[in-house]
Design a protein around this ligand. Structure first.
Ligand SMILES: [Zn+2]
Length: 299
């Protein structure tokens, strides 16, 4: 430790006037930022569950701005986008949320309680590139995700930027354009085209990531658990279980009451939204705060 002190003193005393000015400017900026953070701390919203679940369930709006990368690989996302996002809309409609879809050729980040971005990109590499682009200021990984994990993920929610990144290149049989006519069988002798199966699975991934952007966490993130991974045999949309399709649940996933209420509080701009913003829209920070104030543990 000691050997670092001397070079440090030399470095400081060796500052030119210009460097000293820059340094004091940086310090002033830092103090300014610290003040902002401190004042936010003073108005810290409650992370108590009863306060996060402060909003009644009624018809609400959510707008998703959808960018699909112009890429041959993503031919089905382009050709069947209305069908795909129809499934997404149907999931939200079941939860009293009117989901408006706006397709866009451009992309940006969102800092809103009822507008979010969805970006479908054609490979894991594209996801990694986009991630770095979004955090170009910092040029480092913000959360616990590593480049390799990000690359192999089907989707990733950049919650700080309000963007659900979706890797549209994950399908192994991507090259097989005839796959849309193949049949896929599901429970109770139900049958659907393989195309439908793929679209529904992809819609499930999109919904999963969009919900993260709205502060929703995985069922097993807390101990004791706040949400079970399966309810009446229906897998939770934020679990990592496979979907179980049925006529009532085209996506094959359900949502718990607690998640539904968090989502409505978020969409209304109420306490869940305020708390999430206070947690700098980082899901891990949000979860730590919830754990602290509700005597829970994070797994
Ligand atoms: Zn997830």
């Amino acid at each position: 430790m000691k050997k670092y002190i001397l070079p440090l003193i030399i470095a400081l005393s060796g500052c030119s006037l210009r460097e000293q000015l820059i340094e004091s400017e940086t310090e002033a900026n830092f103090r300014k930022q610290a003040n902002i953070i401190a004042s936010q701390q003073a108005q810290k919203p409650s992370y108590k569950l009863e306060d996060l679940l402060d909003t009644e369930i009624k018809e609400r709006d959510l707008t998703l701005h959808v960018y699909i990368q112009p890429s041959q690989t993503l031919w089905d996302y382009h050709d069947y986008k209305n069908e795909l996002f129809g499934y997404v809309k149907s999931f939200f409609a079941q939860n009293k949320i009117n989901c408006n879809i706006i397709y866009s050729d451009t992309r940006k980040d969102y800092n809103s309680h009822n507008e979010l971005g969805v970006e479908v990109l054609d490979s894991g590499d594209e996801i990694v590139n986009r991630y770095f682009e979004l955090f170009s200021q910092q040029n480092k990984f913000e959360g616990s995700i590593t480049a390799n994990r990000l690359k192999s993920s089907k989707g990733y929610a950049v919650t700080q930027k309000g963007i659900a990144l979706v890797n549209g290149g994950w399908e192994e049989f991507r090259e097989d354009t005839s796959r849309k006519d193949k049949k896929y069988y599901y429970e109770n002798d139900g049958v659907m085209l393989n195309k439908e199966n793929i679209l529904r699975q992809n819609a499930g991934i999109i919904v999963h990531e969009v919900l993260h952007c709205m502060s929703l966490f995985h069922p097993n993130d807390f101990y004791p658990a706040l949400v079970s991974t399966k309810q009446e045999n229906i897998p939770n949309v934020l679990s990592h279980l496979n979907p179980e399709f049925s006529d009532e649940l085209p996506l094959g996933y359900g949502i718990a009451d607690l998640q539904l209420r968090l989502m409505h509080s978020f969409l209304a701009g109420n306490n869940t939204y305020k708390a999430f913003v206070h947690a700098i829209r980082i899901l891990d920070v949000f979860e730590i705060m919830i754990a602290k104030e509700n005597n829970l543990f994070i797994r």
